[in-house]
Design a protein around this ligand. Sequence first.
Ligand SMILES: Cc1ncc(COP(=O)(O)O)c(C=O)c1O
Length: 408
Amino acid sequence: MTAKPLNAMPVLSPRVSAIQPSPASVLRRRARELRGAGRDIIEMSSGNLDFATPDHVIAAAHDAALRGDTRYTDVDGTPELKQAVRAALQRDHGLDYATDEIVITNGSTQALFNALLATLAPGDEVIVPAPYWAPYLDQVRLVGGEPVVVPCPQNNGFKLRPEDLEAAITAKTRWLVINNPVNPSGAVYRRDELAEIAAVLQRYPDVWIMADGLYEQIVFEGDRAPTLAAIEPRLKPRTLTVSGLAKAYAMMGWRIGYAAGPAALIREMIKIQSQTTSCASSISQAAAIAALDGPQDLLRERIAILRGKRDRFVALVNDCPGLSCAAPEGTFYLLVSCAGVIGKRAPDGTEIGSDRDFAAYLLQNADLAVFPGEDSGVSPAIRVSFANPSALIEESGRRLKRACEALR
Ligand SMILES: Cc1ncc(COP(=O)(O)O)c(C=O)c1O
């Protein structure tokens, strides 16, 4: 009998074998490793904002911990936070949800996943407009569904056209995922554009809508991005309105998200949560109440700062040979076309054959971590964040230009 080797691989479930670690997490780890090895990596790939969580929010968490709010909460969230979410949905979108139509989750990532897990049977289809946030696809695959990617051309501002949506709907379509504003393009659907999409959806009563508004407050014109259930109330009974506190309140690591939708679906999502994570962090929930109920003017100040950074970075990027981008209407990402560098060669002779090659070249030769568009269903492009300190934005612009100029 031979001894079992150490570190033997477990037998993996086919579902897990079919997916990859999220590209953002892989890049974050690689950047950290390189930094640990002494390299001065600038992370332009990250979904983190360089703002601090507001002081009054941190104070509320501190108070909660001292008060003894350190136990499991109700699976679906504390009644106080659910009330704060309810009030925020009413205040921000005019949307009325009852308490049993809301669930608090560990980031909006968990809300999206639980909804898919609660509803998809093998082979069910989920329409995902591209460019997209990469995890939508693997979340769908993980629960046995099939993502159906619908390319959204740049000449339509990277937004889903009603005719393309209609052409993608089949008898197996269970969900349309609609993210507004869009990560990674920064596109913002206007009310009339959502109304046109809603008109198509009205003709397909079996298709549900996952409205992901995680960046809804980060828009550079107007107050916030609209959401589908508010645009077309007749769709509300089959819409899951998903959002969270990560981006609006710079609370990425606090892991608080929420979903609002029909009670029957929310009930199933809560059932899943009860068997998997029990509840979101009690301390983070207390902090989230302070964020949602507290003063909102900091948000406006921060968006003004981001607008300035956006404009500066757009100018720096457009000064790089082979790159071009337009100013996004929302989020803190630039989707940069790198068509002009494809086919060129690095000083060591390596050909830049794809945006993934270009991202690898920038990491290796310019100490810049950027996100390849291929991971978001749009090529050749890279996604870069402008939520970095101004000095880093200037430095990354210099490095980007030098790296592009070195290509032949
Ligand atoms: C479009 C989109 N949706 C959802 C999420 C999940 O965010 P969180 O789980 O931090 O709420 C992200 C994170 O970057 C995102 O970009």
